[in-house]
Design a protein around this ligand. Sequence first.
Ligand code: NDP
Length: 309
Amino acid sequence: MKVLFVAGDPKPERWTRPIQEHLPDAEVIAWDPNGGTVNADYAIVWQPPAALFEREPGLKAVFNLGAGVDGLMALPYLPPELTVVRLEDAGMSAQMAEYVLHQVVDISRGMARYRDQQAEARWQIHRPTQRHQWPVGAMGLGQIGQRVARTLAALDYPVSGWSRGAHQLEGVTTYAGTEDLDRFLGATRVLVNTLPLTEQTRDLIDRRLLGKLQADAVVINVGRGEHLVDQDLLQALDDGRVSHAVLDVFRQEPLPAEHPFWRHPSVTITPHVSARTLRDTTIEQISTKIRDHAAGRAISGVVDRSRGY
Ligand code: NDP
């Protein structure tokens, strides 16, 4: 069995060596842009070039080095029948839950006021947080959304979740499908986007959607930049309909220096770091799946190409 590693890491041996240790019977090869066909059975990819699919028509599956496959799905040269497998959690859901919790606590407890006061050596106590005033709504109840929802619910925030199909989650009020979207939004003050980017979810967070949230809304986007209509968010922030936005993902990354988000007083920006790919956990997960797939066993995380996630 041959496994090709095709990601733009300048030191591919950081990946190929441990993958080889996990798959001692396989031949693990780093992609050579100037090389020829190696007759690979599997490829582990991040933003692969068209040449991969021209040179390697015998691929049985590609394993994406990320949970979101929108970039891969957008490649016009991705063979339509090829099995695509995404990362499932792989240590990302805990990071994401931690990131969202941090932001929700920071905002709901008004921690910025205390940072400002410290700069002036001022001792002033503000009213405590009333959790019922901060209902959180997770858009997407997959690997990441569920962990986010459960984490906040465990700290007694009222939590709702919205997904395509119906889910039951202890301590979380769940909604499903477009027909339930407005009810979900009406129950939500802090909107946390953990959706995958598909044709159905692109531009979903627009003026109409933002207008359905509870007053003084907060938007936390950790899904993809293309979920959000930037101008509509800026308008909602300026109208006071949305009081704060925390953005980790953007339509263009790196976010251009002239983008108004950078200097907006009510926007918190992080450079796509809310959940990083953890190499060891990722290698272990993908190696196990390659072994199972090669042995004819069913594997999870196979992307439904018609749904796009
Ligand atoms: P999953 O596939 O496990 O979950 C996706 C969830 O979204 C599911 O609950 C699904 O519903 C729901 N969903 C999909 N389409 C729709 C729709 N049209 N309407 C309503 N709900 C919908 O994905 P993950 O949780 O693993 O990851 C989610 C996304 O998070 C990734 O695609 C990626 O874009 C983003 N991400 C961002 C990172 C970052 O660093 N900022 C890091 C990792 C991921 P159902 O359950 O019914 O199928």
